[in-house]
Ligand binder design. Structure first.
Ligand code: HEM
Length: 368
């Protein structure tokens, strides 16, 4: 072994000594050792390490999204890194049960020593939310206090800086805005889809209107219900309505980005749309795991401290519960499912258009 290699050893490379010296239970210092505090500290530290890795992946993805044009190869990189984040998120969910081996009574042995420290002050968790695309205006405030109030000025600065930069949501929205297939090779997706929707809904109506086993009164009721769902469905074609929803914070995707997402979801079987479809699905999963973590964490808080206020001064469980319902980033993609038509009812893509959505070697085959 050369001298150089000898210097590279496990202990030093990974700074194991430093790492193992970072656990200093407060209960030990106070002379009343609470056995569970070590688990409490290590669990939080492991979370922070995983947050660091997630942020590392997110930053690299955001750098790619800064470009005006994203080549397919990079789309593969983005997808594989989001999948890595999702795998880490699954571990974050599993870790909760390890901490739950500590009973509420055990926790009480050292909980008061923690005040006012709280996960609420996790700068990395906030960065993770911001970089994914959580808007400040969607955050839950308690007692009209900003989530930044419990942080020092340098931490506030870091978060304010991150808030000003484009998030993953912004990157995806811009990329969807640039999608070329909405008006392509003579095929106008939006007009064709609107026709297909009207036709499909009219057919549905005709089926029950012509059914002789349904009474006139029942038909009237069905027609009423049908008109309501028709109105809801058709609302997606109203650009002005969409913009009002965006303005009121009820929707986030631009009108064009929403159309492009719908095209990707509906024609996901076309080869060129596989990667974009995977990206949208991965974003939905990423949000699902974030929401699942919020849910499990709120349940853990309820189990450990009941309805008491948190060490960070929030109303505790009731605050955490609200964040899981209201602090959403990619929910527009899930909402789009309401506007799907079955494959058999979709407008047929012109042959030339379809060829462009195929793989190159498939196009050569077609040309034979
Ligand atoms: C005994 C276990 C735990 C309890 C009882 C608990 C309780 C709470 C409570 C009540 C809050 C609301 C803020 C406050 O007033 O303090 C909170 C926030 C938070 N906790 Fe925990 N927590 C526990 C474990 C963890 C763990 C292991 C993590 C991992 C990093 C964590 C991360 C966070 C984060 C990031 C927030 C901010 C959430 C938000 O504002 O949406 N907590 N926790």
């Amino acid at each position: 072994m050369s001298k150089k290699n000898k210097e590279n050893n496990y202990q030093d490379y990974l700074r194991i000594n430093d790492l193992l010296n970072l656990q200093n239970p407060l209960s030990e210092k106070s002379g009343m050792i609470a056995h569970e505090e070590m688990l409490f500290i290590i669990t939080h530290q492991v979370y922070e390490l995983w947050f660091k890795q997630i942020l590392y992946e997110l930053d690299s993805i955001l750098t790619i999204f800064q470009n005006d044009y994203i080549v397919e190869k990079e789309m593969g990189v983005i997808n594989s890194r989001i999948l890595r984040i999702i795998e880490i998120q699954k571990i974050l969910l599993d870790q909760i049960t390890v901490l739950e081996t500590m009973t509420p009574l055990d926790f009480l042995e050292f909980r008061d020593l923690l005040v006012p420290a709280s996960g609420f002050q996790s700068v990395q968790f906030r960065l993770l939310e911001i970089k994914m695309g959580l808007k400040s205006s969607d955050r839950i405030f308690f007692e009209k206090q900003s989530y930044k109030n419990s942080l020092d000025s340098s931490q506030k600065k870091i978060l304010s800086k991150a808030e000003k930069k484009p998030s993953l949501f912004d990157g995806v929205n811009n990329w969807l805005n640039r999608m070329p297939f909405l008006d392509f090779e003579g095929f106008k997706f939006w007009d064709s889809y609107q026709k297909a929707v009207s036709q499909s809904l009219q057919n549905q109506k005709n089926i029950f209107l012509k059914d002789s086993t349904i009474s006139l009164q029942e038909k009237k009721q069905l027609e009423k219900e049908h008109n309501i769902s028709y109105k809801n469905f058709i609302a997606i074609f109203d650009n002005k309505k969409h913009n009002v929803l965006v303005k009121n914070g009820k929707r986030r995707l631009s009108y064009k980005a929403m159309q492009a997402s719908l095209l990707i979801f509906l024609y996901r079987d076309e080869p060129v749309l596989h990667l974009p479809f995977n990206l949208l699905t991965n974003l939905i999963d990423m949000e699902k795991y974030l929401t699942s973590w919020r849910h499990l964490h709120s349940q853990m808080a309820l189990r450990m401290i009941g309805k008491k206020i948190g060490t960070g001064g929030s109303p505790g469980y009731s605050y955490l519960k609200t964040t899981l319902e209201n602090q959403k980033i990619f929910s527009d993609f899930m909402d789009l499912t309401s506007y799907f038509l079955p494959r058999s009812k979709l407008p047929k893509l012109p042959r030339n258009f379809q060829k462009n959505l195929g793989f190159y070697y498939a196009r050569l085959e077609d040309n034979k």
